[in-house]
Design a protein around this ligand. Structure first.
Ligand code: MN
Length: 238
């Protein structure tokens, strides 16, 4: 069984000097009525844009890490100068997680997972419906701000698991590979759903890009090096 270690993670993002906000591949209105246009605009341009800006700002004080990818930074916080560690933790995490999040959704989404991915969900959760209920329950119960994830857990016999993280932590920090994620920070849903986070979680399934989750599931059968390489590739634009 593969074991994910941060040492295999490619450290260089590209020759770009600064991190950049990846553009959405759909319009701000494309996920309505499940995610409204104004929420998506604020979430992408202002919140995610803000993390990118603050990450670049923090790295001005650590020029030797300006070429590092956001994912590498997030998984190697202990190597950073102490005075930049907190800002890089929050903002590299915000950048990585939101970059994954935009890709996890699409307009006209398909109904559910297929093939081997579906089989693995059935194996580890009983059924797709039970998996979704579990995911929604964990997301609703998370106290404060954070994320709910479906991960592949190589240290746990390659099972699929639902986990949550606080702030902008990412399961890769613990060697788990994310397949699907939802943002349960209030900024993700409050304008439309107010305090009804469970309603947001339930509605969100209508815009899940199962092909992307399935693509990520397929990656998990690759070698660790190939997997990190692919993930580095996904986040190259960051
Ligand atoms: Mn967010």
């Amino acid at each position: 069984m593969n074991e994910l270690t941060k040492n295999d993670l490619p450290s260089s993002k590209t020759n770009l000097k600064k991190h950049q906000l990846p553009p959405l591949t759909y319009g701000y209105e494309a996920l309505a009525p499940y995610i409204d246009e104004h929420t998506l605009f604020l979430h992408h341009d202002i919140h995610h844009g803000g993390y990118v800006e603050k990450l670049n700002k923090a790295l001005e004080k650590a020029p030797e890490y300006q070429d590092a990818s956001a994912l590498w930074l997030l998984c190697n916080l202990d190597k950073l100068p102490k005075e930049t560690m907190v800002a890089v933790h929050h903002n590299a995490g915000g950048h990585v997680n939101h970059s994954l999040f935009w890709r996890a959704m699409r307009p006209d989404a398909s109904a559910g997972p297929k093939g081997l991915f579906r089989d693995a969900i059935n194996r580890d959760f009983g059924s797709v419906e039970e998996f979704k209920l579990r995911f929604d329950e964990e997301g609703a119960n998370l106290f404060g701000s954070g994320w709910v994830w479906l991960v592949w857990a190589p240290k746990d016999d390659g099972k699929l698991e639902v986990v949550t993280t606080y702030g902008h932590d990412n399961p890769m920090m613990k060697g788990q590979f994310p397949l699907l994620l939802n943002d349960v920070w209030e900024h993700a849903y409050y304008l439309h759903y107010e305090s009804r986070r469970p309603d947001y979680l339930k509605a969100w399934w209508s815009v899940v890009d199962w092909e992307e989750a399935s693509r990520r599931f397929d990656l998990s059968s690759n070698s660790t090096e190939e997997l990190w390489e692919a993930e580095g590739g996904v986040l190259l634009v960051t």
